[in-house]
Design a protein around this ligand. Structure first.
Ligand code: FDA
Length: 493
């Protein structure tokens, strides 16, 4: 049987925070919308999950994005607007640093307990990246005077140009490499690293985990998407991957003709003319005046565009890829580290698990919990990035678990080896994400193609955290981009 066809002002593709925010904003402004989502749930890379414990209970975990930093004001405002609450990450007590030789050091405050020489070199690199981030900015890094130059050198080599201290390089590079882009520091440029820092306000902000990993949403970050979706009601269609997007007629016969059509449609949009556009999904076909493509850029090519996208976008999209990271969740009878005066925070540049944090739950979602209460169980979160993630996925499950837990025990001691529940987030295996946390350009890509990423293609507007300035690669950026796409459409009409 043929799919039902419906008419709406705007069709939104993807029900992650970006797409839902776009639809929510458009609907509030009186436009009719349909949101087509491939998965059987909303939230995209934010996802509230449960994992069964050996105690017979189900334990709450956040499989995807969860933390909010103080600069992420659009998201914090939205959380409040939606009637949701936040809580602070537990961070009292002593933190642990494991040095390259595997020695464990206790510390407090935001300085790693490295020797004075390394400390000085780290400061130098952090100052350097602060000034590069300021120079480049988050809005148009590709337009910076030194964009091409900074984009031609890997972040690793850039840092190595400024110091010989390998421990300093390892410790500073993780704030962007394994810590954010989740790619090895030799695979992306100094310009891409500067964008990451500028999007968070400064490189120093990336270094400061109290800043970056500040607050969480009670009931989990997916609640933001679930609440937005509630406002949209029947306008959200789950299990509806978009396979085809028709955006211009007539179908051109040459690439030049296509580029002319794209330019015409783009000019038309600038002059207030939109559409028509038709999105064909597995369950429903939507005719609309504009589309918001709110999927990560690595998935654009899952959709057949009719006619094909202009040459420059087809090329650019091949140079954007997802990072790879495993988010590790380990649940314990109690937060035992707190009883030992530890914060649960641990760092070790270049190690299998380079960072661990206390991730104990608060709010209503934990086993039997109610709002305004903390989970009596203790949860730790750790991250295994890029090449280590590959190494771990190649192991049998039990060996993988033991290796990861033992790397976490290097920070927090032998009790770490005995969780009552254990779970590894595997967004790389998810067809509609294919990695984590987000996408970035390969070496040299940002300066060549960055300027295209936010340009609408005729009636197709792009929205995603991965093309954001402020809040790049974060839920805040997704919300900002969703809202911006909605405003651009409202202005065009
Ligand atoms: P997102 O990927 O969330 O949503 C896109 C949606 O489009 C998905 O629902 C997908 O199914 C759908 N889709 C794709 N193709 C489609 C098609 N053809 N048709 C229909 N639908 C389609 N951020 C943060 O702020 N703090 C944090 O702590 C973290 N931590 C973190 C951990 C992990 C493990 C991950 C994976 C990610 C994070 N993030 C994060 C990043 C954050 O989750 C991410 O930036 C946002 O979810 C991005 O929202 P978007 O809406 O842009 O894309």
């Amino acid at each position: 049987a043929q799919n039902p066809t419906i008419d709406r002002d705007v069709v939104v593709i993807g029900a992650g925070p970006a797409g839902l925010m776009a639809a929510y904003t458009l609907k509030k402004a009186g436009k009719s919308v349909a949101v087509l989502e491939a998965r059987e749930r909303v939230g995209g890379r934010t996802w509230n999950g449960k994992v069964a414990g050996t105690d017979g209970k189900e334990h709450f975990i956040e499989i995807g994005g969860q933390w909010i930093s103080p600069d992420q004001t659009r998201l914090s405002d939205l959380v409040e607007e939606l009637g949701l609450k936040t809580f602070s990450r537990y961070r009292e007590g002593i933190s642990i640093y494991v040095d390259p030789e595997g020695n464990r050091h206790e510390y407090t405050g935001d300085r790693l307990p490295v020797n004075d020489a390394t400390n000085k070199e780290m400061d130098k690199l952090i100052d350097l990246m602060n000034s590069v981030a300021e120079e480049v900015g988050a809005t148009e890094p590709w337009a910076a005077e030194r964009a091409a130059e900074l984009d031609s050198i890997s972040f690793k080599d850039f840092l190595a140009q400024h110091t010989d201290d390998q421990e300093a390089i390892d410790n500073v590079s993780i704030y962007v490499a394994s810590g954010m882009l989740t790619k090895p520091a030799h695979t992306f440029s100094a310009l891409q690293a500067a964008l990451m820092a500028a999007s968070a306000g400064s490189f120093s902000n990336l270094v400061d985990e109290d800043f970056i990993l500040d607050k969480r949403v009670e009931g989990g970050m997916q609640s933001v998407s679930l609440t937005l979706a509630k406002h949209l009601g029947d306008d959200v269609f789950l299990g509806s991957p978009v396979r085809e997007l028709e955006w211009a007629t007539p179908d051109p016969s040459t690439a030049d003709e296509l580029n002319n059509i794209a330019a015409d449609v783009r000019n038309g949009v600038e002059n207030g003319v939109l559409g028509p556009v038709t999105a064909v999904s597995d369950k429903v076909t939507v005719n609309a005046k504009a589309a918001v493509l709110a999927v990560p850029p690595n998935l654009y090519n899952r959709i057949q565009f009719v006619p094909p996208l202009p040459r420059e976008q087809q090329v650019a999209h091949q140079h954007i890829s997802m990072g790879l990271v495993i988010k590790v969740h380990a649940v314990y009878e109690t937060p035992f580290w707190r009883e030992e005066g530890l914060s649960g925070t641990g760092f070790g540049g270049g190690r299998l698990v380079q960072e661990v944090y206390d991730n104990t739950n608060y709010g209503e979602n934990f086993a039997g919990g109610t709002s305004g209460e903390e989970d009596p169980y203790g949860t730790l979160v750790g991250f295994v990035s890029d090449v280590y993630a590959e190494e771990m996925w190649a192991l049998p499950a039990e060996e993988r678990k033991q290796r990861i837990l033992s790397a976490m025990a290097d920070y927090l001691g032998p009790k770490t080896m005995e969780p009552i529940a254990f779970y590894l987030s595997d967004m790389a295996a998810e067809e509609w994400t294919r990695g984590a946390y987000a996408t970035s350009y390969d070496l040299g890509g940002l300066s060549r193609w960055g300027h295209l990423q936010n340009q609408p293609t005729g009636p197709i507007f792009y929205a995603c955290s991965d093309i954001a300035a402020e809040g790049y690669q974060h839920v805040d950026g997704a919300v900002r981009m969703g809202e911006a796409a909605a405003h651009a459409i409202l202005e065009a009409r």
